[in-house]
Design a protein around this ligand. Sequence first.
Ligand SMILES: *Cc1c(COP(=O)(O)O)cnc(C)c1O
Length: 441
Amino acid sequence: MTDLPEAQILPITADIGVDGRLMIGGCDVRDLVGKFGSPLYIYDEATLRDICRDFVGSFTAEYPNSHIEYSSKAFANPAIAEIIDQEGLDMDVVTGGELAVAIAANFPPERMNFHGNNKGREELVEALQYGIGIVTLDSFAEIDLLNEVAGELGVTQQVMLRLSPSIDPHTHLLTSTGILDSKFGFSIETGDAELAVEQAIDKESLDVVGLHFHLGSPIFELEPYSEAIDYVLQFAANMRDRYGLELKRFSPGGGFAIGYVSDTLPPAMSEYAKEIAVAIRKGCDAYGLDEPEVYLEPGRAIVGRAGVAVYTVGGIKTIPDVRTYVSVDGGMGDNIRPALYDSEYSVVPVDRPLAPRNQTVTVAGKFCESGDVLARDVDLPDPATGDLLALPASGAYCLMMASNYNMQTRPAVVLVNEGNARLIRRRETYSDLLASSLDID
Ligand SMILES: *Cc1c(COP(=O)(O)O)cnc(C)c1O
């Protein structure tokens, strides 16, 4: 523990160096920017591994037959995939591209699950050719398509069905995925889920091994999980009675929250684990089901806290009695979350993290949109051009949603550990921006 006000949302190795500056993974953040450029995304290996172990430990303590599947859309990168593999986690992918990243890292395909609400034929062919463990089906068209593809390839594919349990997880509407009005999953309420079980179970090349739901994200409450688990287990028992469905695998999805600001922290992982384990045992008991293998699918909660974004301050504009804008060299191109979801972020002054923060400012990006703001009304110590600002909890859904808007090149990413920094994604170049337009035969 350090004196850093953001100690609970920064990586666990965050510290203050001898010259008073922010350190992560034993590396001086200003030195890292000097070497790798700005903006820079820094991932802390110790935090990533610690969180993986916390997940595995917390869930297996409460429910021994549980597995953690990293949802790689939070941050798909070969170096991260290698660590996930070493820590013994499984992996979720939602596109052929995420699958390609995992395969490039030699991640075992049999420990992968292919999600997504509209997988294409090519993507399914690729996944089955690699020998993917599970495909989670999300629509009637997909049931037919996968059965056809598996038949053509001469394989029987294990599948799960994604259900929509009509449960509101009380998070942003745009990140709620298990409510009735959602594009995701077969709705239990409308009868689609039953129809999907009936159809999928009859398909020659599909082996239905279980049911899945994912409520949304980030979920700071525990009750939505247990409510949905009870509802889906009751449904599973009905499907067993009507169609002989055997619930071997069961997944209550991901959605576990992280702290973006120090005064809104999520429950401990052990609390989520307990709530989920108790609900599953209770439901199985109540509806006479054998306890299934359970798969948790965290994305944000695995990589979110491990990542920190660092920006350099350029122009500062003060509008008297209105607002001071501090503009930085990144923004919605590398982190669209504040613009898309009104997400909040904390801002750490890299050179003086302990200095009194006497000015309230708005940190804006450099993109040509008024909505390109990274953090509204945050306190900083007299910001000046050239300062470095760090945004904690930037490891998930920032770079993965990055764009080249304004033809801005996307930032470099380094992985730090015990004083060493390794480049795991280089900064884009203008040639990268032009390659897809000029490399045409
Ligand atoms: C995105 C997603 C997850 C991960 O969500 P987090 O909030 O990052 O934990 C898990 N399961 C499915 C099906 C998803 O689409």
